[in-house]
Design a binder for this molecule. Structure first.
Ligand code: PSU
Ligand code: MN
Length: 301
């Protein structure tokens, strides 16, 4: 394995035996959810992956190494820490070179997973094209990473704070397959419905694995987005979210929030406006994505 990567013994054993492994990101822990729900959720998500027959590998940068799997104590320390860098493709190697602690976004987690030989990754929702991107040029590096790095990302669609139609347009342009998992509608993170069609639909993990094998056989490269809607019992309907999202976007603009701070600001602000309900939905959708990712990893192994 690449010398900059340090897998746990459990992950190393699973990978060398060809057993299923699911990568998990850590920006959701450091920047996406407040303590202690962040660490409780990260642990619960690892348990869901195990229950699905796969080994979880939560990824972060600690002491100049890209860690593929964290101990419970390391996860807890990361969830409590301040000043952790939010890492993407541009700065993943910077954290390694300087020894600064960093959490990995979807883009950085995909890079680390690929270098470790992990093919499936579960998160909450990918980053995308922000509203007003025609002025701000704020387009998440997650989209480019999906285009170039061969990892299957299971997410509840794109976060509804984004411009979801433009996000789908960029994914199409960059050749990223977007698969509605058991749905023909693209999900909108907290809500099952976005009003936009999912470009492709597959109903089960075996179907995703078959599609991936065909992509590999054809050598088309790049990643895939499996868009898995939040369970109905946990969703916040899109009509209800729309007002909260509009208010949070206005608050972010008024506060002059830009760059990497935008997504964490909006997630935190929406949590307050929904009195914690958005967080409960976020927890539920991440667990649901971990369940599906484990099934895909098992089907591929
Ligand atoms: N999913 C969640 N919560 C999060 C994220 C995903 O449920 O906080 C993170 C991911 O790490 C994703 C990042 O890559 O938000 C997007 O950040 P940006 O918009 O700055 O690219
Ligand atoms: Mn951005």
């Amino acid at each position: 394995m690449n010398p900059l990567l340090t897998p746990t013994a459990e992950v190393a054993a699973a990978l060398s035996a060809g057993r299923p492994v699911v990568a998990l990101e850590s920006t959701i822990v450091t920047h996406g959810m407040p303590w202690p729900a962040n660490v409780e959720t990260a642990r619960a998500v690892e348990d869901v992956v195990r229950a699905g027959g796969a080994v979880p590998a939560t990824i972060a940068v600690l002491d100049g190494r890209i860690r593929i799997g964290l101990s419970p104590d390391e996860l807890e320390a990361l969830g409590k820490a301040n000043g952790v860098m939010k890492l993407s493709r541009a700065d993943l190697a910077y954290a390694v070179a300087t020894g600064r602690p960093g959490s990995t976004t979807v883009a950085a987690t995909m890079i680390a997973a690929d270098r470790a030989g992990i093919r499936v990754f579960a998160t909450g929702g990918i980053g995308g094209v922000h509203r007003g991107a025609e002025e701000s040029f704020d387009v998440s590096a997650d989209l480019d990473e999906l285009a170039r790095t061969p990892v299957i990302v299971v997410a509840a669609g794109a976060k509804a704070i984004l411009d979801v139609p433009k996000t789908l347009e960029v994914l199409e342009t960059r050749g990223v397959p977007v698969v509605g998992f058991g749905t023909d509608e693209f999900p909108a993170f907290w809500s099952r419905r976005s009003g936009l069609k999912a470009p492709l639909t597959i109903d089960d993990a075996a179907g995703v694995a078959a599609f991936q094998r065909a992509r590999e056989a054809l050598g088309v490269g790049g990643g895939m987005l499996v868009a898995n809607p939040v369970p109905a019992a946990d969703e916040i309907p899109a009509a209800e979210m729309a007002d909260h999202i509009a208010a949070s976007l206005a608050a972010a603009a008024a506060a002059g929030v830009v760059g990497k701070a935008v997504t964490p600001f909006l997630l935190g602000d929406i949590l307050e406006r929904t009195a914690g309900r958005s967080l409960a939905t976020n927890v539920a959708l991440v667990k649901n994505n971990a369940r599906v990712a484990a099934a895909i990893a098992v089907a591929l192994s």
